[in-house]
Design a protein around this ligand. Sequence first.
Ligand SMILES: *[C@@H]1O[C@H](CO)[C@@H](O)[C@H](O)[C@H]1NC(C)=O
Ligand SMILES: *[C@@H]1O[C@H](CO)[C@@H](O)[C@H](O)[C@H]1NC(C)=O
Length: 443
Amino acid sequence: MRVITVLILLCFCQAAESRKASPGGLRSRAHQRHGPAGGGRRGSNPVKRYAPGLPCDVYTYLHEKYLDCQERKLVYVLPDWPQDLLHMLLARNKIRVLKNNMFSKFTKLKSLDLQQNEISKIESEAFFGLNKLTTLLLQHNQIKVLTEEVFIYTPLLSYLRLYDNPWRCTCEIETLVSMLQIPRNRNLGNYAKCERPSKLKNKKLLQLKSEELCSEEEKEQLDPRPQVSGRPPVIRPEADSTLCHNYVFPIQTLDCKRKELKKVPKNIPPDIVKLDLSYNKINQLRPKEFEDVHELKKLNLSSNGIEFIDPAAFLGLTHLEELDLSNNSLKNFDYGVLEDLYFLKLLWLRDNPWKCDYNIHYLYYWLKHHYNVHYSGLECKMPEEYKGWSVAKYVRSYYEECPKDKLPAYPDTFDQDTEDDEWEKVHRDHTAKKQSVRITIVG
Ligand SMILES: *[C@@H]1O[C@H](CO)[C@@H](O)[C@H](O)[C@H]1NC(C)=O
Ligand SMILES: *[C@@H]1O[C@H](CO)[C@@H](O)[C@H](O)[C@H]1NC(C)=O
C-alpha cells in the first residue's frame, strides 16, 4: 500500500503573520486555553517548537511524548511529525477524511484525539499500524457510517468516543454496533445516537437491535437524496453549553464561567469531568440537572445566587468529588439533596445565609455522618441570636438540654472554634495527596 504523504495546509498565513507580529502569540493562546494545568505541565519541560514555522507543540510529560496540534486548521497529518509520539492531540481542526495509512508511521501511538473536526469518511485502513492505540476520540464530527473493519488494526482500543456524529442507523453499521455491544467493550461508543432514519432518531447505538437496523422497510424510508454537506440545523436549548469553552487535556472540562446562564445548560457533553458554572445567574437547581454527566468529578456552582436545590438535583452524580456552592443564597438543604453523592470529598459552603433552625439539621448530620467529606464555611448567618456561630455549635446547643443518651450517635470529632482551620489543613493535605497520586486532576 502506498503511503500517502499528502500535506495540505490551509490558512496558515494569518497565523504566521500574527506570530511574526508577536512572537509566541499562538503559544500563549494555547497556554490560556489549557489554563494553569497546561502551564504547570510545561513548566518542568520547556516547550520545544518542533519545526520552525509550524505552530504545533511537541513536549514530553511524565516520560510520554505529546504532539499538540489542536485548533490549527489542519486537514491532514504533517510529514515531519516525530514518529515516536504517544499522544496526538488534533482536536478542532478541519480534517474531513481519514485516509488509508494516514497514521501508520506513528506505531507507538496510545491516544489519538480527533474530536471536533469535520470527519465524514474513514477509509478502511485509516488506522493501519496503530496496534498500541488505546484511546480514540471521534466525537463531534460528521461520521454517518462506519464498520467494524476499521478497528481491526487497533486491537488494544479500550476507549472510543463516537457521540455527536450524525449516525445513519442502517444495516451498514451493523458490524460496528455488534462490536460496541460486546460486554467487555464497555467504553466504546457509549453515547452515540442515531440521527437517521427518523424512526430511530436519538436511539443509542448501544441499544440498537440488529432487526431494527436491517429491516428492508427502514432502508426504503431513508431519504435517497444526496446529503447536503454541513450539519442539520441545530435548535439551541435556552441555556446553551456551546457558549462555554470545552477543554480536552488534561481532563475534559467545560468552562461556563460568567456566561449569564439562568439555568444549567441541557446539552453538556456527557464525558465532561470538570464543570465550571461559577458567576452565572442560576437561582435554583431543578431535579436531574446533571443526570447525563455521569463522569463529572468537579462541579463549581459558586456565585450564582442559588436559593433552592431540589432533593433530586444531583441525581446521577455518583462520581462527584468536589462541589463548590460558596457565595450563594442557601439557607439550608432539603432532606435528600446529598444522598447521591457517594464519592464526595470536598464541599465548599462559605458565604451563604445559613439559617440556624431545625431545617439545617439534615445538612449538619449528613456531614457529620459522612466524616470523610471535608467541608468549609458552614456558619450561621441568621437568626440574629446565632449569627457567627458555627452550625456545629448551634446544633449542640439545640440538644444541650437533652440527656446525653438521646443525642444522635454521631462521632463527636471537632472543636467548633478550630473547625475551619482544621478543614483548611485537611484540604491542603488532601490536595497535596491528590497531586502526588492523581496527576490528571490539576488546578
Ligand atoms: C469555583 O469558581 C470560583 C470563581 O470562578 C473560584 O474562585 C473557586 O476557586 C472555584 N472553586 C473550586 C473548588 O475550584
Ligand atoms: C458573590 O456572588 C455575586 C453574584 O451573586 C457576585 O456579584 C459577587 O462578586 C460574588 N462575591 C465574591 C466574593 O465572589
